[in-house]
Design a protein around this ligand. Structure first.
Ligand SMILES: Nc1nc2c(ncn2[C@@H]2O[C@H](COP(=O)(O)OP(=O)(O)O)[C@@H](O)[C@H]2O)c(=O)[nH]1
Ligand SMILES: [Mg+2]
Length: 239
């Protein structure tokens, strides 16, 4: 039996107002994991969506028995959604992928190929297919992250990662917003986790609305970043 077919995977897919994308992204995820994993579940975290996401997910549950839905009654943010998804996961590997069809879940084979000797297999986007303003704010943010924390990964926020659940369980994650990936990598380093990086294809968003460049999202990420740095300084001093 190959390693890939022996693994058990909980996919975690954050979704905020993704009714235009979920039928496809959940279907492709279930098909990819059905082909690659011995057992799997697809956990969609509906973070207080105000479109038809909740009703669509109910309908999709009837089609995909592996689908589980975690719902926040009101929108809390990307980090809060990932933490809810991680907490709901049952299987030894957690596979994070956004719900917006900017990745191809069958590329999980490339992550699984490296999983045996890793605690986190982190995808990085060979070419990031996002509009220029989104790429510029990502660049500014990660320049600051690199100044504060040093090099963490090639593509910290790439939403295509395989992580051991027991590693995540040892992390006290607090981010409500987009800082969550930075927090995961900083804590992974503290825990001496083995991180392997793998190039992954990225696709333009063709449906639904991107919120990753919203001023509110970006400002919150900066505020969380500075608070997290202050917290880590305290931890380092205490150590
Ligand atoms: N849970 C949650 N997910 C969100 C939120 N905003 C965006 N998302 C989801 O996170 C993923 C990435 O969002 P997107 O706007 O495409 O950001 P980008 O790809 O980083 O520019 C998508 O699956 C969205 O549905 C949010 O406030 N809460
Ligand atoms: Mg996106």
């Amino acid at each position: 039996m190959s390693l890939a077919s022996a693994v058990e995977i909980s996919a975690v897919m954050p979704a905020f107002n993704e009714e235009a994308n979920l039928e496809q992204s959940v279907g492709r995820m279930a098909a990819a994991l059905g082909a690659q994993a011995r057992a799997f579940e697809v956990i969609v975290v509906d973070d207080g969506s105000r479109d038809g996401t909740a009703a669509l997910l109910e309908r999709l549950k009837a089609i995909h028995p592996s689908l589980r839905v975690v719902r926040h009654p009101v929108n809390r943010g990307y980090g809060a959604a990932l933490r809810s998804g991680f907490a709901a996961a049952h299987y030894p590997w957690v596979f994070l992928m956004d719900a917006d069809n900017q990745f191809d879940p069958s590329d999980v084979t490339a992550l699984l190929a490296r999983a045996a000797d890793a605690d986190i297999v982190a995808g990085y986007r060979k070419q990031r297919r996002d509009p220029l303003p989104r790429r510029l704010n990502a660049w500014a943010f990660f320049t600051l992250v690199a100044i504060l924390f040093g090099r963490l990964a090639r593509d910290v926020n790439c939403a295509f990662k395989l992580m051991r659940r027991d590693l995540l369980a040892r992390m006290e994650l607090h981010s409500e917003g987009a800082l969550i990936n930075t927090e995961v990598f900083v804590l992974a380093r503290q825990l001496h986790a083995r991180v392997v990086e793998v190039p992954i294809q990225h696709y333009p968003r063709t449906s639904g609305r991107q919120t990753g460049a919203n001023l509110r999202v970006v400002l919150r990420a900066f505020t969380e970043l500075l608070a997290f740095k202050a917290e880590m300084r305290k931890v380092e001093k205490a150590a």
